[in-house]
Design a protein around this ligand. Sequence first.
Ligand SMILES: *Cc1c(COP(=O)(O)O)cnc(C)c1O
Length: 377
Amino acid sequence: MKSKIWLSSPHMGGGEMKYVQEAFDQNWVAPLGKNVDEFEVAIEKFLIKDKFVAALSSGTAALHLALIQLGIGYGDEVICQSFTFSASANPIKYLGANPVFVDSDEVNWNMSPAYLEKAIQDRISKNKKPKAVIVVHLYGMPALMNEILAICEKYEIPLVEDSAEALGSSYKGRQCGTFGEFAILSFNGNKIITTSGGGALVTTTKEQKQKTIFLSTQARDHAPHYQHSEVGYNYRLSNICAGIGRGQMEVLDERVRLRRDNHSFYKELFSNTEAVDVFSEANSDFFSNHWLTCITLNKDLTKKTTHDLMTAFAEENIETRPLWKPMHLQPVFKDCPYYGETVAEDLFNAGLCLPSGSNITNDDKNRINEVINNYQF
Ligand SMILES: *Cc1c(COP(=O)(O)O)cnc(C)c1O
């Protein structure tokens, strides 16, 4: 059996063990310490814009704490992009609030500004003004931030960016993760950089960062004993994981370059295959980290389905994955309101994610080449 080519696997840079070793040497094997502080500083520097970063145990935890700080509670409504991973929507449910899903833009794949505005107006007319909007930069593609921000400002609804897949992406030269009142990052094993598991909340004010750390460490009041006036969470990032993160931040620019090289490879590979579109930036305002390169099959030009193509790759021990199944089509969210048409659904039916790790080799690319060159579209 040929070795497995993964969709997106961890890619260590070499500096990680030094920081992990330091933590062991100093016995800071806990969810606090120098690595946590320095990892936050490294991310803050990377984002450039005046933002604050709190390192947490996951991107999902970060979103949960963002929604808590926006005052989301039982019975509230939060608008969320439908075309995403379930972690963008689950924290709404943790709070007893209700997601309202919005379809995607056909070209950009992220939240449709037109349907966002429609959704807001309709919810307001039903006396249920949304308490927040969650926009996602899916697969690393920056969302239509100009339009989305303008709508959020017009209706005075705070914006939360799910930037879990988009560290290193930018829109008009500004880093994804710096547009919203809050933004989340993820360092799960398959993301562009990883801490094995982890995440961060990007905040606008220092007070929000302090509040995030407070909530993520069981909400302890200032007192010599354990005193609590609020419900706390155990969401802080481990100092060991943060050590991995510090090493990974040193190679982030390189990881973005390599993922973008993969995307160029696929553009070239499919340049003569009319039935296949490689998902790309609409214009130079958008700079995607191309976390995953995705393709769509044009059903007017081929009878083959994404399942057929997945099978052809699987026979060569190459991992591929369908695009995210939209949230409004998920059984767990079937009763939630939805605004849009079938853009996200059509993408789900037509699309496939291809191996996109920054560690895929030329040998791997040759094997991928071979599958495609032998495939009858
Ligand atoms: C990975 C991911 C998350 C969740 O991050 P975790 O660190 O795995 O909790 C949220 N949203 C999107 C779009 C993601 O891809």
